[in-house]
Design a protein around this ligand. Structure first.
Ligand code: GTP
Ligand code: MG
Length: 304
């Protein structure tokens, strides 16, 4: 070993492993799930142009040589109109309690005041990184103003400007997060990626297609429940129910001569095949469960 190598070894030994829990919070549509996927380099969380896409807290573990970050993506912060929303905000609260670092994400085109208000409603005491996202779509002067406003807050350790979509400044963001984590051994095995089972991701992929294939309101009335998930020798057989609140919604999802459900099924199957790296046979059914979003039993059954 030469002198340089010895120095390197000493440096590595002196630099303890860092680990911690990092929660991603912010308004609906700020880009939280996009950021999570970009940071872990994997499409775990579903993303759509519509607000309130994410409904459950999702853990995603990023393990590198000298750190492990356990991210949690959360539903966008909102006022409850249904019991479903209460459940979503409970997921947020659970994520907040166990975190070492808070990532508060906002759309760079949004205003400072409403976001500062929202950050306060989190009532968090943890160190916070404010992330101004979508800088690919914003004006420099506005971003500078946001930075100034957020820098005044005591709990805000740093303000970082990024584009989650174009992966701009994500390396700086990661370095900053790691520097804020405690020296700790890893919480999870290095091959662990998430806390959610495959069935969950399958139902989410179908739900994502609903957001893309259907008009404004309908996706918010829908849940997806995977009834069967069976690995056969040559393929994986999946049977899932798309649950809606009304007969008229069912008719729209099925579409003329079944054209809509066919498209949803095809799009979802392709993504599921990519995700599990296997051939998939996907069977979708549409069911009506009146007012499921306000029904405790149904909410529980559908994973909320
Ligand atoms: N231009 C641009 N669009 C982005 C960026 N990040 C996310 N988006 C888009 O913003 C929309 C919302 O992204 P999501 O990641 O679903 O947002 P979210 O905060 O998880 O939303 P909820 O789950 O509803 O709370 C999608 O259309 C993304 O493609 C970005 O950096 N630049
Ligand atoms: Mg989301």
């Amino acid at each position: 070993m030469n002198a340089l190598q010895t120095l390197l070894v000493i440096f590595v030994v002196m630099n303890e492993f860092r680990s911690g829990f990092v929660g991603i919070f912010g308004k609906p549509n700020a880009g939280k799930s996009t950021l999570l996927n970009a940071l872990i380099n994997e499409k775990l969380a579903i993303v759509s142009p519509k607000a309130q896409t994410t409904r459950n807290k999702i853990l995603a573990v990023l393990t590198e040589k000298d750190y492990q970050i356990v991210f949690s993506d959360t539903p966008g912060l909102l006022q409850s109109a249904y019991k479903l929303h209460d459940r979503m905000m409970k997921e947020v609260e659970m994520a907040r309690q166990g975190t070492d670092v808070i990532l508060f994400l906002m759309d760079a085109r949004d205003d400072a005041a409403s976001n500062i208000e929202l950050l306060k409603t989190l009532r968090s005491k943890q160190d916070t990184l404010v992330i101004i996202n979508k800088i690919d779509k914003s004006k420099k002067e506005h971003v500078a103003k946001l930075r100034e406003e957020f820098s005044k807050l005591k709990q805000v350790k740093q303000v970082i400007e990024i584009s989650a979509l174009q992966k701009t400044n994500l390396d700086i963001l990661l370095q900053t997060i790691v520097s804020m984590l405690p020296e700790m051994p890893p919480y999870y095995d290095e091959d662990m990626l998430t806390d959610k089972p495959m069935r969950f991701f399958v139902s989410e992929i179908v739900r994502e297609k609903l957001f893309f294939c259907l008009d404004e309101e309908l996706p918010y009335h829908a849940a997806v429940y995977v009834r069967q998930y069976e690995e056969k020798t040559t393929l994986t057989k999946i049977v899932a129910d798309i649950v809606v609140s009304r007969e008229t919604q069912k008719a729209i999802i099925i579409g003329k001569n079944g054209s809509m459900i066919k498209k949803i099924g095809q799009d979802a199957r392709e993504d599921i095949e990519k995700f599990i790296d296997r051939k998939v046979f996907l069977e979708l059914h549409v069911k009506v469960r009146k007012d499921w979003r306000n029904n405790d039993l149904y909410l529980k059954e559908y994973g909320y």
